[in-house]
Design a protein around this ligand. Structure first.
Ligand code: ZN
Length: 266
């Protein structure tokens, strides 16, 4: 069974929700997409019975704190396992060149040399080009530049059970990507806040969307299922209902606003 397990669904500043990151899981293994910004990543993976050693594929979309820094905490474990010979097979990290430079640059300053060497022995960095195809756990992924206004960011497209799934990272979709997204079965897009609260949270100035604006665009593009994440957290348990309601008013397909640890079966 192929599914997306959300480890976090919050934006870069949330405290109760973990920063947005998820696992693409199937019978062949786990593929971790982004890592959030703290050691919490290790606890969250443990909560869904995934050990660090069970992850052989990691994609980091861009170099912001809430996507990249969890990886540094994972490196502390990975480095130790590597030194002790407890990990035998390589761990693949897929990312663009800016992310690669950030990971290695930060690691050099914050990890002991011995640990970092352990990491570098076992990790295989795969620096992605725009539109590059990679097979991960038996699924063909095409990684592409989302043409972000901020730092260089990649998303991906894949085919799971005959369904086209597109992950668009954490910025409002660039119109240059509309053709790629058109009629997709599942689109994963950020939604920073409700439309009525844009002036409170300032989604647009951060290159983010409201639920309404994201839903409207995806509706025009005839997307079938829309998954929204990377949100603020002031509505607590009511977030899902409020966001899904606003989504449904502007999108005729199915809307998902997952909570942390929710799963979506593809
Ligand atoms: Zn983010």
């Amino acid at each position: 069974m192929e599914k997306i397990i959300f480890l976090g669904t919050g934006n870069g500043g949330t405290l109760e929700l973990y920063n947005t990151c998820f696992v693409m899981q199937n019978k062949n293994g786990n593929f971790l997409v982004d890592t959030g910004g703290s050691i919490e990543i290790i606890k969250r993976l443990k909560n869904i019975n995934i050990g660090i050693k069970d992850i052989k594929h990691i994609f980091i979309s861009h170099s912001h704190t809430d996507h990249i820094l969890g990886l540094i905490w994972m490196f502390k474990k990975i480095g130790r396992f590597s030194i002790n010979g407890q990990i035998k097979t390589k761990i693949n990290i897929y990312c663009n060149n800016v992310v690669y430079e950030s990971i290695v640059g930060v690691s050099k300053y914050v990890l002991q040399e011995k640990l970092l060497n352990g990491v570098l022995d076992i990790v295989n960095f795969h620096i992605l080009k725009d539109n590059e195809q990679v097979e991960i756990n038996g699924i063909n992924y095409t990684f592409f530049d989302i043409k972000a206004k901020g730092t260089k960011q990649f998303g991906f497209e894949c085919n799971v059970n005959g369904k086209r799934v597109v992950f668009l990272g954490d910025e409002t979709i660039n119109p240059e990507l509309h053709d790629r997204v058109k009629s997709a079965d599942y689109v994963m897009h950020e939604a920073f806040c409700l439309d009525s609260e844009e002036s409170i949270f300032g989604a647009y100035e951060k290159n983010h969307s409201t639920v309404k604006t994201a839903s409207e665009v995806m509706n025009k593009l005839e997307v079938k299922n829309l998954i929204l994440y990377h949100t603020e957290e002031t509505h607590g348990n009511e977030r899902k209902t409020l966001y899904e309601q606003e989504g449904k008013e502007n999108f005729s397909g199915r809307i998902y606003v997952p909570n942390d640890f929710d799963e979506i079966i593809l």
